[in-house]
Design a protein around this ligand. Sequence first.
Ligand SMILES: [Mg+2]
Length: 325
Amino acid sequence: MNESSEFSLIQRYFSNFMVEREDVIVGVGDDCAVLQTPDNKLTAVSIDTLVQDVHFFADVDPYRLGVKALAVNLSDLAAMGAEPAWFTLALSLPDIQHEWLQAFSAGLADMARQHQIALVGGDTTRGPLTVTIQVHGHVAAGKFLRRNAAKAADLICVTGFLGDAAAGLQYKLGQLNEAVLSAADQQYLVQRLEMPTPRNHIGQQLVGKAHAAIDISDGLLADLQHILNASNKGACINLAALPLSDSLRKLPLPLANQLALTGGEDYELCFTASAENVDELSQQFPGMIHIIGEVNAETGIYYRDAQGNRQRFSAIKAGYDHFSS
Ligand SMILES: [Mg+2]
């Protein structure tokens, strides 16, 4: 692609859906964007790359890819309690397909409008299909969420349902017994994989109420472990309290639990907070906040089985072995 075609690509597909923000002094179209950080605010920054055949299938719906590429980045802002503000996009394309670009930018635009985040710059090159997005959000000094401040006796909570995206992936790979899933279940699970719903509205309200937070991209146990390591704490999970969607419950319970614990790409939030604050948050977000366990002073992740006995995670499934160390 020469410079003029690159320029026209960004102009043509990615500058018309601009979210208008007063803090964008210069947006797409010049050598740099010029941005105004509000007084007394700090900037939270995160970047994520999605690569074809690694993070998505070659035949993925381009609208959904646009949604997901921004959603996974917004989810990191949610985990810090940051208010979404700006993003930049680097797009590598094997060739220019106008229909594909139109659908992709429509997905991106819908997610951007929903979260009032403005595209402020972009770059396109020829190459294997790769989408890189960097997001910027506003936080107030000292008022953002970290992974390292979980306290003993905190409740461990998650938003939404867990395991759906992993089930959607297994379904797409032909690894699920499809007979137990209705067409609506199949659609729901694949939608949860392909169009995650970042929880920014909840993340921003966790500031000052949660002690530690993370978004669940690699699976609950792996991401909770990041909080516990950073906080030098342990946890006990109540398996019966894992929030499973009606569709996921159609699968055998051990599989549903395993997907909820270790499946990735849910893009829900996991946080720890005092019982009092969890109560308040549950009233603020009815049906969205699920208490799944509590933080322990001693390290190690345990679970409570159906009989109420405490077990080490490594004991129930070979796949959890890396949690035994
Ligand atoms: Mg993250």
